[in-house]
Design a protein around this ligand. Structure first.
Ligand SMILES: [Zn+2]
Length: 447
């Protein structure tokens, strides 16, 4: 397929905006990138996709999400409003995830991936929990990802909160899925080993996870989202969370630590030394009222900080905009969190993390040999837009509606704002039908 007549935003080591350029896509890769007219002369018989002078840029990447959270939208939580994050877990997330059935996992993944396609998000790293539908739950996520053509890495959140039997079954689901992917690899799928948080696992469980995971797989775990995680770790082990995770071999170059809002300077040093990834989700942090990780300092200390959405919408520019604004307000300083810091996290680091899971070709960059994961953006700057000021055009100008086409692994998933790989009305109707039953089960847990 020859994509013609575009304005390429390349990202990568040197970001360039190339007007009147095109891309030759073969299979799931970009194989040639040149001025559009040159490519049209060279490949006259190739099937063409006219970008109509829109911007063509790499698909967005989400470094941490929870597809299973889809049914929380609009759900009433009984009783007094949760006063802090531990109560949000107790009143919302834990009874909700216990109410999920296997078909809910599949449908909520479809809902989130449809939203991702509509917003040009082509790679997502999921963290899944469904304690009453553990076995095979990751297959449901994988099935929806492959059907819809989006890159997904997933894992099951191991936790002791529902007893040791379910904890072991969570370990089992991670291992089953990791082994299955080894036997039947798919370039759209990857796995990590999920743990809910230090707060909900004993030393024995951490040890069992470490043993089960082997050396090739990294972990994906929430860390210090609220102070309670740190005080729990101090009470359990006499050390802070990151120290505790290091002791059990949970950190490292393939592991993801989520949030890290309340870690101290020593923990930042450990994350930098072990080259562990940290993901930042400012919309979730604001919604839960937990504070904001000092991610600018983490970056200065050498930690690779990425951007996720923690189950919020898969419109990743909304997360960019929130990061840009939230740190200014939190620090009462408009100089904090500049556009380049946002790009460092959401483009450079997210792409590097995605490549840990999908290592066959570069992701998050337009260049020859890279994965053809792309979006078309119908944006008309009314002031000069250059590679240098692009982050501010995205933050203040780009709108989610501007995404008109999404391509992942060389396959067109959305064209002219029409999603080609799934029927939105059918998926939404199924969501309404299933979520009604899920909400009933959830409310029974309160009575
Ligand atoms: Zn999360």
């Amino acid at each position: 397929m020859l994509i013609t007549n575009g304005k390429l935003i390349t990202w990568g080591e040197t970001n360039r905006i190339l007007e009147g350029w095109g891309l030759l896509v073969r299979g799931d890769r970009i194989v040639e990138m040149a001025p559009s007219s040159e490519l049209e002369d060279k490949y006259p018989c190739e099937e063409q996709l006219d970008a109509k002078r829109q911007y063509i840029m790499p698909g967005n990447i989400c470094a941490h999400t929870h597809f299973y959270g889809a049914y929380a939208r609009g759900m009433a939580i009984p009783g007094a409003a949760a006063k802090d994050f531990p109560e949000i877990l107790q009143k919302l997330w834990w009874p909700l995830d216990k109410s999920l059935a296997v078909e809910d996992v599949y449908n909520s993944t479809q809902i989130c991936l449809l939203d991702a396609i509509k917003h040009g998000t082509t790679t997502l790293i999921d963290h899944h929990a469904s304690p009453n539908a553990i076995e095979g739950s990751l297959d449901q996520i994988a099935k929806a990802a492959v059907e819809m053509g989006v890159r997904v890495s997933c894992c099951y959140e191991v936790t002791d909160r529902d007893g040791m039997e379910l904890s072991h079954r969570g370990i089992g689901e991670n291992i089953r899925f990791i082994k299955q992917l080894k036997q039947e690899p798919n370039d759209l799928l990857a796995a990590s080993f999920g743990i809910h948080s230090s707060l909900t696992v004993s030393d024995e469980t951490l040890e069992a996870c470490r043993k089960a995971a082997g050396d090739e797989t990294g972990f994906h775990i929430h860390v210090a989202e609220h102070e309670v995680d740190e005080y729990d770790s101090l009470a359990k082990s006499g050390t802070r969370v990151v120290d505790r995770l290091e002791k059990f071999g949970i950190l490292g170059t393939k592991s993801i630590v989520v949030h890290a809002v309340h870690i101290d300077a020593k923990e930042v040093e450990i994350l930098a030394r072990t080259k562990t990834w940290v993901t930042h989700q400012p919309r979730s942090n604001m919604n839960n009222g937990v504070g904001l990780g000092n991610v600018e300092s983490f970056i200065r200390a050498g930690v690779s900080v990425c951007v996720g959405n923690d189950g919020f919408s898969n419109a990743m520019w909304d997360e960019w905009k929130t990061a840009y604004l939230a740190h200014k307000l939190w620090n009462r300083d408009p100089r904090r969190m500049g556009g380049y810091e946002v790009v460092k996290m959401a483009i450079t680091n997210n792409a590097n993390l995605a490549n840990i899971f999908f290592p066959k070709a570069p992701i998050g960059v337009l260049k020859e040999g890279a994965y053809a994961d792309l979006m078309f953006v119908d944006y008309h700057p009314y002031t000069e837009m250059t590679a240098g000021n692009l982050p501010w055009h995205i933050i203040f100008g780009f709108s989610n509606r501007d995404v008109t086409a999404t391509i992942a692994a060389g396959k067109v998933l959305m064209k002219d704002r029409v999603v080609l790989v799934a029927d939105e009305a059918t998926i939404a109707a199924k969501g309404c039908e299933l979520s009604r039953k899920t909400w009933e089960r959830y409310h029974k847990r309160f009575n």
